[in-house]
Design a binder for this molecule. Sequence first.
Ligand code: TYD
Length: 206
Amino acid sequence: MTTGLFIAIEGGEGAGKSTHSKRLAEYLQSLGHEVVLTREPGGTPTAEKIRKILLDPEITDMPDHTEALLFAASRADHAANLIRPALERGATVICDRYFDSSVAYQGFSRGLGAEKVRDLSLWATGNLIPDFTIYLDVPAEAGEQRMDGTDRMEIQSRDFHEAVHQAFRDIAAGSPYPNVVIDATAPKDDVAAAIRIAIDGVLESR
Ligand code: TYD
């Protein structure tokens, strides 16, 4: 049984997820929530070690299946050692990327299959699903201008990132779980306000 609110923030490269995760954390803290702000891959000592492998640009021969399994392995550790305990004590967890990122990047863009990758994540986390997901929508081209382009995932081709962008739109449209898609090309303050309005709605309904 979990009691805290679990929010995931998703989107392609350069969508502003980390900025908006921080702003949302500050907002929820101002409402009196204990907020745990975390990110994937990473969030725990073991998952941060796995992150280093995943993002190492010197690794040029990683099979797609290895990549998918490492993302799932880092998520398993993160869910068990950080997210679930935080939710159980009633904290609000904001996670910068979660399993929809695996579905978009490994399931769609790498072509491993959305269902398989989703099932892998569900298995890895013991079915720990966010209560609410925010998709920050920016075209790959706009996102590309905002990224520094040095890690192993960022240096993938424009086509790869286009496919990620389209995948997030498809995932959001077909998701059975509560979510909102926000146009992240809008000015930052407008994006932050749209996120707050969405979260206010979630809080009211709980
Ligand atoms: P990060 O620097 O955290 O990227 P961003 O600031 O864009 O969130 O790097 C994480 C990278 O890993 C990013 O390119 C997305 C990718 N990724 C996956 O491919 N699958 C996943 O399951 C996750 C969580 C991230």
